[in-house]
Design a protein. Structure first.
Length: 293
């Protein structure tokens, strides 16, 4: 089943440079029909589990829903077709943006159940429980006065698919982006940034180590204010950062190691229904990684 179809850029995005550069998609007609029926079907389902996959410091947990909980056989069958489309999904280095992913018929709860079930089937197909994570939103604000600076999520799977649901009004909680290519250029122009560390950044991004999470390592290099390069680097990153304000039902898909993302300040902590964050590997990524091994 085809998952997405192209669509026009929404009017309110025409003020954002990146929004004008990327391709816009929405659910395909078939997916829209499927998800509309699905959303009604799962209204009363409350068997979604939250699975903690690791006892390491790094937060690694996922929502999951057993497909046996879906009584409608036809829907279950269609779900397997959709899984294949995610598995062979082709992406390039550019982000893609989405609109109208939540609408009158497709509910947030419907998508929540859909991605939880999709994760269960995809991991079986890939024979790897780490290949797909439907990652809950962490609601505890850390520091940075409500801002979430540019970062990579660094999950083991690489394709980051976000659909926004509960977003603050106005100029708060604006998404920010910077490409890895741009970051590399910035790092090479940041005189105070040691070249050894530049190599370390490349290494962190190229290698995904299952036993050693690199989220903190990257964060400390870029965002530790005690680094002597902090100010010079941040000024440069600030000047190249892209801003995009997503509304309910909009979102994006990026290769996590090719794009940094973040969020501007919000007054309130995000709640668990802020967004859907589905992170998955594709056949292409798995094949590429297995060659390296
Ligand atoms: Fe993130």
């Amino acid at each position: 089943m085809k998952i997405f179809q192209t669509t026009n850029i929404p009017d309110h995005h025409k003020e954002f440079k990146l929004s004008k550069k990327v391709n816009w998609y929405t659910w395909s007609k078939e997916m829209n029909d499927f998800l509309s029926i699905w959303s009604k079907e799962v209204r009363k389902i409350n068997q979604i589990r939250r699975i903690y996959m690791s006892n390491q410091k790094y937060i690694h947990d996922t929502y999951a829903l057993k497909t046996s909980k879906i009584e409608n056989k036809e829907l279950r069958k269609q779900l397997y077709d959709i899984v294949d489309s995610f598995y062979i999904f082709k992406h390039n280095s550019q982000p893609i943006f989405f609109t109208n992913m939540i609408n009158e018929d497709i509910t947030f709860n419907g998508l929540h159940c859909f991605f939880a079930a999709l994760r269960e089937i995809l991991i079986r197909k890939m024979n790897d429980r780490w290949s797909v994570i439907y990652s809950p939103v962490y609601t505890r604000q850390k520091n940075n006065e409500g801002e979430f600076p540019l970062h990579y999520d660094m999950f083991i799977p690489k394709i980051l698919f976000m659909i926004y649901n509960n977003v603050p009004q106005g100029k708060q909680g604006v998404s920010t982006f910077l490409s890895t290519k741009e970051l590399e250029k910035i790092l090479s122009k940041t005189k105070s940034f040691p070249s050894k560390k530049r190599k370390l950044v490349t290494e962190i991004l190229r290698k995904t180590e299952r036993q050693r999470d690199q989220y903190g390592a990257f964060w400390d290099l870029i965002h530790d204010e005690n680094n002597e390069w902090y100010e010079e680097l941040h000024d440069k990153m600030e000047s190249k950062k892209e801003f995009v304000k997503f509304k309910k039902g909009e979102g994006f898909l990026v290769h996590d190691r090719l794009w940094l993302h973040g969020r501007t300040k919000t007054r309130k902590n995000p709640n668990v229904k802020r967004l859907i964050r589905f992170v998955f590997n594709t056949q292409k990524i798995i094949e590429k990684e297995s060659i390296k091994v």
